[in-house]
Write a protein that binds this ligand. Structure first.
Ligand code: CS2
Ligand code: MG
Length: 402
């Protein structure tokens, strides 16, 4: 069965999503998520100009060979744009393979290693009381793992906070929003905040926190040590993720578990982190790191070293991408946890996903392939809406990591 048509569709039902549609000569359609927040059109153009012309006439069954052709066959390889584009092709081909076999993709990956996938939800607040109310709401909804973020006193805005009722969307505006960051205020506040959460709700659920690349290694070490009494499930992205050696220093000072990797796009970004056991959870997602085929290899390497998965699952990964990640989560032996924010209206007018949230877990559907349908007519009603992720500066005006 050959690929006969390929198309990229950019649509914004609530936020921007880039979706690849592959069609075979026998009329089987596969979808892949190619959404890269704030850089949507770069991936769309890479696919349209440099990938789609190579796909026509290729055997749709040969996923690995197509992957190698697009990766090894490109002299300028890796990087978020390229790897998100390759990922979309990989997802769409797994979708087609599942539909041809009449099986959900997790069956093709070896079958379910678990019934459902434990997820963590996002609690956030403009102050401590607001945050505590949101944690309570998550526990009532059945979450067994909750990520906790709150506005840092003294700062005008802080990353990771809901931007509407239960909505988290950091991208906004025709130019990047500028935020002012204060490390000292942050480091003073976070241990107090986690203490309040444990005091109020106890230790019977997993507590997570995202540092969002803001600290130096020694600051991150101090934070990890200060949080030890609160028995965190993890702290995430404690330092800018491209510096793998930073984690050696953090690791030597704290037993707070470490997670990193939402911005990684290949196994080379985390090889030392894994083989030197410098982290506990690797957060690479199927959408941004070369698809199911490549993230499976990352997770296999991680399994050898006792590192578990904790894949990125924000609203800026489409339901197709989240579904692809779920199939992998269900099948791998070293699954740890999955991030879950959900997709809010009007996303459901364009995407019809079969998986569902219940009791702190995502449950797969038994639809063949990835199990997500895409309504092209509805997609046309929501044109591309350009938006940027924010940038961060220090009080003296110098740029900082956002
Ligand atoms: C965040 C993301 O979910 C997370 O852990 O770090 O929401 C991140 O800010 C966005 O995906 C950026 O697009
Ligand atoms: Mg994060």
């Amino acid at each position: 069965m050959k690929i006969s048509a390929a198309e990229v569709i950019v649509t914004a039902p609530g936020r921007n999503y880039v979706t690849l549609k592959l069609t075979t000569d026998e009329g089987v359609v596969g979808y892949g998520d190619a959404t890269l927040n704030g850089r949507e059109l770069a991936v769309e153009a890479y696919l349209r100009e440099h990938v789609l012309p190579l796909l026509a006439g290729r055997d749709a069954a040969r996923i690995g060979d197509t992957w190698q052709y697009l990766y090894r066959g490109a002299y300028w390889r890796r990087g978020p744009v390229t790897m998100t584009a390759i990922s979309a092709v990989d997802q769409a081909l797994w979708d087609i393979k599942g539909k041809v076999a009449g099986l959900p993709v997790y069956e093709l990956l070896g079958g379910r290693a678990r019934e459902a996938v434990t997820v963590y939800g996002h609690a956030s607040g403009a102050d401590v009381d607001d945050l505590l109310a949101d944690v309570a709401r998550h526990l009532e909804l059945g979450y067994t793992a909750v990520r906790v973020q709150a506005k840092i006193p003294g700062m005008d805005s802080t990353y990771g906070l809901h931007t509407g009722p239960n909505i988290y969307e950091p991208a906004s505006g025709a130019l990047p929003k500028e935020e002012v960051w204060n490390t000292a205020a942050y480091l003073d506040f976070i241990p107090t905040l986690m203490g309040r959460v444990r005091e109020e709700f106890g230790y019977g659920f997993h507590l997570l926190h995202d540092v969002h690349h803001r600290l130096t290694p020694i600051e991150a070490a101090r934070l990890g040590a200060a949080l030890e009494p609160y028995r965190m499930f993890w702290i995430e992205d404690a330092t800018p993720a491209e510096d793998q050696s930073a984690f050696r220093l953090i690791r030597s000072h704290t037993v707070t578990p470490l997670a990193v990797g939402e911005v990684f796009n290949s196994i080379w970004d985390c090889r030392e982190l894994i083989t030197e056991r410098l982290i506990d959870y690797v957060r690479t997602s199927v959408t941004h790191a070369g698809g199911i085929s490549h993230v499976r290899r990352i997770m296999d390497l991680a399994d050898l070293y006792g590192v578990r998965s904790g894949s990125h699952g924000p609203g800026d990964i489409s339901p197709v991408g989240l579904a692809a990640n779920l199939h992998l989560d269900l099948a791998i032996p070293n699954f740890g946890i999955q991030e879950y924010m959900g997709h809010r209206d009007p996303a459901a007018e364009v995407f019809d996903w079969g998986y569902r949230y219940e009791n702190g877990m995502l449950w797969p559907s038994d639809r063949p392939g990835l199990g997500v349908e895409f309504d092209e007519e509805a997609a046309r009603r929501f044109p591309y809406d350009p938006k940027y992720l924010p940038v961060a500066r220090l009080a003296d005006g110098a740029m900082h990591d956002w």
